[in-house]
Design a protein around this ligand. Structure first.
Ligand code: C5P
Length: 225
């Protein structure tokens, strides 16, 4: 097992783990893996090629051959290129998130993306954000976190983000969408969403980003020295 330091941050969607992981990676000057982006990219590539998201064999093959590049633009930010086309915004839509959770149930897809995710572990270290980073992809990680928050709180956060962007939003619809996605992520047989036995669980419902980040950082002191 590699000695390269890895910190995993898992949890359901809308819990703030993307923000916390990026802040941590930037703070430590480590690499950052947004594993959800790989599932979003797989789903987008399938849609663009007219492959049914339910076709586990075809989508698994697609995931294995995904021609994707992450081009850093600013600290912690990257342009995402699929088949030589920029798709940075296309993979961020609500539909892309739902589609990602559909392809993510296929063991063929998860197996195809496994090594690709592990390849992100490069010196000086990696912060990995996802659903199964601590349980499956980096079980040997030096520190594992599992963030939670109620579906209601996560929907309210998402609602605020959409309204701030001047987009239409419906709170009840968002709660339902989040609950459905959680259900699919928790109940699939391949790498379901669950905390690793040795994960530190943090409920972010009543906490702001800064408080959660401070808590995470305090737990990482011995890893990063
Ligand atoms: O984190 P993000 O919202 O981008 O993830 C989109 C979907 O991809 C999740 O709802 C989940 O179904 C899937 N996913 C996964 N395993 C990961 C990361 C994401 O199954 N490690």
């Amino acid at each position: 097992m590699s000695k390269l330091p890895v910190i995993t941050i898992d949890g359901p969607s809308g819990v703030g783990k993307g923000t916390i992981s990026q802040l941590l990676a930037r703070h430590l000057d480590w690499h950052f893996l947004d594993s959800g982006a790989l599932y979003r990219l797989t789903a987008l590539a399938a849609r663009r090629r007219g492959i049914a998201l339910e076709d586990s064999e075809a989508v698994g093959l697609l995931a294995a051959e995904l021609a994707v590049r992450f081009e850093p633009v600013a600290q912690g930010e990257a342009r995402v290129i699929l088949d030589n086309q920029e798709v940075t915004n296309d993979i961020r839509t609500a539909q892309a998130g739902v589609d990602a959770s559909v392809v993510a149930v296929h063991p063929s897809v998860r197996a195809a993306l496994l090594q690709r995710q592990r390849d992100f572990a490069q010196p000086p270290g990696l912060v990995a954000d996802g659903r199964d980073m601590g349980t499956t992809v980096f079980p040997q990680a030096q520190r594992k976190f599992f963030l939670t928050a109620s579906a209601r709180v996560r929907a309210e956060r998402r609602y605020k983000q959409l309204i701030e962007k001047g987009l239409d939003a419906n709170l009840a619809g968002l709660v339902e969408e989040i609950e459905q996605r959680d259900e699919r992520d928790r109940n699939r047989s391949a790498s379901p969403l669950r905390p690793a036995d040795d994960a530190i669980c943090i409920d972010t419902s009543e906490k702001g980003i800064e408080a959660v980040f401070a808590e995470v950082l305090a737990h990482c002191q011995d890893v990063v020295i």
